[in-house]
Write a protein that binds this ligand. Structure first.
Ligand code: PRP
Ligand code: ZN
Length: 287
């Protein structure tokens, strides 16, 4: 009997490609993603990976070519809603924005009235303009939107912005945010029981990895008389581990802390006498 495999689509190249592959690898899924590969089979997990253009992924998932996929929310919103969003993945954060040529004297959304706006997101953009009472002429193009104003095809663009360098190098200025986006895991709505079982297993691992990313493992040495105050700053998963050091009067404290919280409290920790503070990344976290 042939083993059933869950099919996952990830971006072939571009902003989400590397992080998507890294996420699967951190989930313990081993596969060969050699250059130019269109599909790969995992060696140690019932998963087949397809490398596709991100904008096409929701459709492939809806059609059953793939069972699940990793794409930006922007692409999901633009698709016809035939797929389900399962989990936010915390990477690939960007925004879909309106941008105008640098010399355009932009003041408000009304400035888009009667203008030609090039985008690969006509559905999201027309909804945004409708909600804001703007009547513009949307030109749908599937790639290289940023060059449209330069070649006289449009007066403005609506495109994804991450670092902003694409807009900058094309002489464009971001003026309005249409939506925020990040990478999400999507799935077909009517997966069969077998596929669902594999998805649940993968999802459990994905959650362990994404949760771990937001947290750090912290170790420090604390003078015993300050121990209770220091412990109060480090709640940990249940409570911190405390072990005596070989040097009398000192203890080693181990805990887990949100990365942002660490930067907020490290001064206080030091003021309370903590020494030798080590902060380590966590690969997986299951609580
Ligand atoms: C988006 C967008 C820009 C780029 C913006 O492309 O179309 O080209 O990212 O990033 P920056 O602000 O860091 O320069 P996407 O990743 O969706 O790839 P695609 O256009 O090939 O689908
Ligand atoms: Zn894209």
């Amino acid at each position: 009997m042939q083993e059933i495999k869950l099919k996952i689509a990830v971006q072939k190249s571009g902003r989400l490609n590397e992080d998507s592959i890294e996420l699967l690898k951190k989930c313990g899924v081993k596969f060969n993603n050699g250059l130019g590969k269109l599909r790969a089979s995992a060696e140690n997990f019932p998963l087949e990976i397809f490398f596709l253009r991100d904008d096409d992924i929701p459709e492939y998932v809806a059609d059953g070519v793939s069972d699940i996929g990793i794409v930006g929310e922007n692409v999901v919103f633009e698709s016809n809603g035939a797929v389900e969003t399962i989990e936010k993945l915390g990477f690939g954060k960007c925004r879909l924005s309106l941008a105008v040529p640098k010399n355009f004297p932009y003041q408000s959304l009304e400035d888009f009235d009667g203008k030609r706006v090039a985008t690969s997101y006509p559905r999201i953009l027309s909804e945004f303009f409708r909600a804001n009472g703007v009547k513009s002429d949307i030109h749908t193009i599937s790639g290289s939107v940023e060059i449209a104003p330069g070649i006289g095809l449009a007066d403005a663009v609506c495109d994804l912005v991450s670092s902003g360098s694409t807009l900058f190098t094309n002489g464009l200025r971001e003026v309005e945010t249409v939506m925020q986006s990040e990478a999400v895991l999507i799935a077909r709505k009517n997966l069969d029981a077998e596929a669902l079982k594999i998805l649940e297993k993968l999802l459990f691992r994905i959650k362990a990895v994404t949760q771990a990313k937001q947290n750090k493992y912290i170790l420090l040495n604390a003078p015993d008389e300050k121990l209770s105050e220091i412990i109060a700053l480090l709640p940990g998963i249940k409570s911190p581990t405390v072990m005596p050091l070989a040097t009398r009067g000192w203890s080693s404290v181990h805990s887990v802390i949100n990365e942002n919280d660490f930067w907020e409290i490290f001064e206080t920790l030091k003021n309370k006498g903590a020494e030798g503070i080590l902060v380590l990344s966590i690969d997986q976290m299951i609580d």
